[in-house]
Design a binder for this molecule. Structure first.
Ligand code: PGA
Length: 231
């Protein structure tokens, strides 16, 4: 089972180093840490598996503010999150750019966690299936079932809101996603030590992408332990 810590725009190198020195991944779970770019090196120092939070599709070029897959690989980073809903919502990320980033990262030898998920309005107006199909197929058309690819189902209404998909909702969405593209699917959206075991024990839930609860060593460790006890 894969449990990824998405730190978002939290923790500079000093805090990242302190966390990384204190954190030990329990046996039986693959823990991945996704710090901001400036804290990647500090997090790698303790020997953890480290992914970036985004990656560009070109190897190099005139793309101010972007980072490429070969640059991440040179540092020792082994994967990247792509298409997080915060990137789609605030930074103009589209299904097309998500697909381009995913393909380039995989071709460069990085692993990828590609995020999909519906908004509350889309769910309430019965468009969840269509939205997930479009998002997943954009990725699938480019890369298919690549061994380095996992998807993350992150219902936008559950991210950072304290609201979690019910185990039933997660089970249903994960099965749907796998019917479009058969790769491992992580659940993300207010995963906490209190709800991790129940969510992770659902069929087709292959791990978690954790935001807020990954910022403290104690709560992230507890979530990893819940995963380890299921595997
Ligand atoms: P959250 O974030 O756990 O704080 O809801 C999850 C994510 O955005 O990856």
């Amino acid at each position: 089972m894969l449990i990824a810590a998405n730190w978002k725009m939290y923790k500079g190198p000093r805090e990242a180093r302190a966390f990384s020195e204190a954190f030990r991944a329990p046996k039986g779970v693959e823990a991945v840490i996704c710090p901001p770019y400036v804290s990647l090196a500090a997090t790698l120092e303790s020997g953890h598996v480290v992914f970036a939070q985004n990656v560009h599709w070109a190897d190099e070029g005139a793309f101010t503010g972007e980072i490429s897959a070969p640059m991440l690989r040179e540092l020792g980073v082994t994967g990247a999150i792509v298409g997080h809903s915060e990137r789609r919502q605030h930074f103009g990320e589209t299904d097309e750019t998500v697909a381009r980033r995913t393909l380039a990262a995989l071709e460069s030898g990085l692993r990828v966690i590609a995020c999909v998920g519906e908004s509350l309005e889309e769910r309430e107006t019965g468009q969840m299936e269509l939205v997930l199909r479009i998002q997943v197929e954009a990725i699938a058309d480019g890369v298919g079932t690549h061994s380095g690819l996992v998807l993350a189902y992150e219902p936008v209404w559950a991210i950072g809101t304290g609201k979690t998909a019910s185990p039933e909702q997660a089970k249903e969405a994960h099965a749907l996603i796998k019917s479009f593209l058969d790769v491992p699917v992580l659940y993300g959206g207010s995963v906490k030590p209190e709800n991790a075991a129940e969510l992770l024990s659902q069929p087709a839930v292959d791990g978690a992408l954790v935001g807020g609860a990954s910022l403290e060593v104690e709560s992230f460790t507890a979530i990893c332990q819940a995963a380890a006890s299921l595997s």
